[in-house]
Ligand binder design. Structure first.
Ligand code: FAD
Length: 292
């Protein structure tokens, strides 16, 4: 392994100055569960590693003015211990519960899951379905951007080398809004998703007032199933509408043949998971822990 410079800034100001100075030569370290694996495999050879964990406030979570603010360094285990996440954001809670192993969940951070930009990242579909935004801070200032807009492709985001993701901001659910995340993998633990589907919706009688469907692991980035969402908003809810919407969601996927299954299989799993997630949301079920 090549030697690298290592910094542990104790303030955000200090950290942003380091990234302004070193730019793309510097890698941000959070839980290290992706970064250290890549360094070990020599997929990346950083000149500089900057540990974000000593920066105060980056793991804070709080509710303010109708929004949940999640510090980027909150761990996946921290999400599971958070009563607001558990009560109001079941899809996010369910995704956290099926991520990695207990050891990985204690280290892995929400910000790291987003910034690593793996198409299979479990926390991204629920956060997109829940309309999350991210706050990015650099020495030049701060900006907020919708989460679904930051992904360019596998491992690639709109986040510049000088920016740190400091927090994820999620609107508190409206009246009757429900959400579910379902993941399908080969094994029951330590498993990367073959497909993951997050649905957030609210219904009034036979009509949906709001619906968002986000698909993970079946395209170069997490994708929204817009045509299925539009159909569900236009048509009264029925078995036929739900089945058609699930098929349309599967068509929004762009899967490829791979070690975890053929493109046909991944599309089919997407259809089945979408139908199941829609029905769970409408029946008030949780889908907690569902993997297949
Ligand atoms: C055995 C194992 C099992 C796993 N299982 C799963 C799974 O089931 N589901 C899943 O989704 N993932 C899984 N992962 C992947 C990994 O654990 C997650 O992606 C995790 O959330 C990454 O977070 P981290 O804090 O460890 O990130 P790190 O490894 O520290 O960083 C990841 C990337 O994001 C950048 N980064 C981190 N934080 C920030 C920030 N605040 N601002 C800007 N850039 C930042 C880093 O520079 C790096 O490029 C698994 C990994 C392992 C090793």
């Amino acid at each position: 392994m090549r030697n690298f410079l290592y910094f542990e800034p104790s303030s955000l100001d200090e950290a942003t100055k380091l990234f302004a100075e070193w730019g793309a030569k510097a890698w941000k370290l959070a839980g290290g569960t992706d970064l250290l694996v890549k360094i070990k495999k020599k997929e990346i050879e950083p000149e500089v590693v900057v540990n974000l964990k000593r920066i105060p406030g980056l793991a804070d979570t709080y509710v303010k003015d109708g929004f949940l603010h999640l510090g980027a360094l909150i761990t996946v285990a921290g999400l599971l211990r958070n009563s607001v996440v558990k009560q109001y954001f079941p899809a996010l809670y369910q995704a956290a519960a099926v991520m990695g192993s207990p050891q990985i969940r204690e280290l892995a951070t929400v910000g790291g899951n987003i910034c690593n930009a793996a198409p299979t990242a479990d926390l991204v579909p629920p956060l997109v379905a829940l309309d999350a935004s991210v706050r990015l801070v650099s020495a030049r200032g701060a900006r907020e951007i919708k989460l679904e807009k930051i992904f360019r492709g596998p491992g690639r985001t709109e986040i510049s080398a000088e920016e740190i993701l400091t927090e994820i901001v999620v609107p508190l659910p409206g009246d009757g809004q429900r959400s579910v995340y379902l993941k399908h993998g080969i094994r029951r633990a330590h498993e990367i998703a073959i497909a993951g589907v997050a649905v957030s919706l609210s219904a009034e009688w036979t009509r949906l007032r709001h619906v968002r469907i986000a698909l993970g692991a079946v395209a170069p980035t997490v994708v929204r199933a817009y045509s299925a969402e539009n159909l569900l908003l236009e048509q009264p809810i029925s078995e036929d509408t739900l089945a058609l919407a699930a098929s349309m969601a599967a068509q929004s996927a762009q899967p490829r043949d791979g070690v975890r299954g053929s493109a046909w299989y991944k599309r089919e799993v997407t259809r089945v998971l979408t139908l199941r997630a829609l029905k769970l949301c409408l029946s008030g079920g949780t889908g907690y822990g569902t993997r297949n």
